[in-house]
Design a protein around this ligand. Structure first.
Ligand code: CA
Length: 224
């Protein structure tokens, strides 16, 4: 989220954290563009009027670099013109300030959940495992287990990227945020917890890729 009103940015980031959304903050356009170019975000939230570089300039630069991360604009009521320009320039959505935080959360969720990977009941499925993101529950053969917030976020990341090797660094950035105090050690610990919860009844597993990170894949691939 790139927002130069620090009090607003801080308040919003607290609400997002409470709703299991990891957020990094930038307070000006240059830092914002720098962070936005990293391919580690599900959604980029841009204020329009920012020091050094406007939200519109950031978006333009991102699209020029072929970065397709969804962008949500936050716009003051008196910059209606900007809203139009924003949508023309490839923003995915916008919200007019002041807005209800519930509305912001709903828009973020809508942008993150691409229809292709999310089924009607709001769960992700891979192998015989279903992950209900909202309730943070794991279902294997009709047995449900409750996950902790971090386990839920971690498994969501894997289930959105099955069979892809995810580096520890990327996992750390995505689940804990780049300013987080968590260490790679935390990733190892939570992978350990998740493996336990997946247990022997699941037909998928999180495999260690030595020196790189982890991959979520089918167990049966090994047998072939
Ligand atoms: Ca501003």
């Amino acid at each position: 989220m790139v927002e130069d009103e620090k009090a607003l940015a801080t308040a919003l980031s607290k609400i997002m954290s409470k709703n299991n959304i990891a957020v990094d903050l930038a307070y000006d356009g240059e830092e914002g563009l720098y962070l936005a170019q990293k391919d580690i975000y599900d959604v980029i939230i841009l204020d329009i009027m920012l020091p050094y570089k406007s939200g519109l300039e950031i978006l333009k630069e991102l699209r020029r670099l072929n970065k397709k991360t969804p962008v949500l604009f936050l716009s003051a009521r008196d910059t209606i013109e900007d809203r139009v320009v924003g949508l023309d320039s490839g923003a995915d959505d916008y919200l007019i300030k002041p807005f209800a935080t519930e509305e912001l959360l709903a828009r973020i969720r809508a942008l993150v959940r691409r229809p292709k990977d999310l089924l009607d009941d709001n769960y992700l499925e891979f192998g015989n495992v279903k992950l209900y993101i909202d309730s943070g529950e794991l279902e294997i053969n009709n047995n449900r287990k409750k996950l902790t917030v971090k386990e839920n976020q971690l498994l969501e990341l894997f289930m959105r990227n099955p069979r892809m090797v995810l580096s520890k660094e990327l996992i750390l950035d995505r689940v804990w945020g780049i300013d987080g105090t968590a260490m790679e050690n935390s990733v190892e610990i939570y992978i350990h917890y998740l493996r336990k919860k997946l247990g022997s009844k699941s037909d998928i597993k999180i495999e260690t890729v030595r020196g790189i990170g982890y991959v979520l894949k089918e167990k049966r691939i090994d047998a072939q």
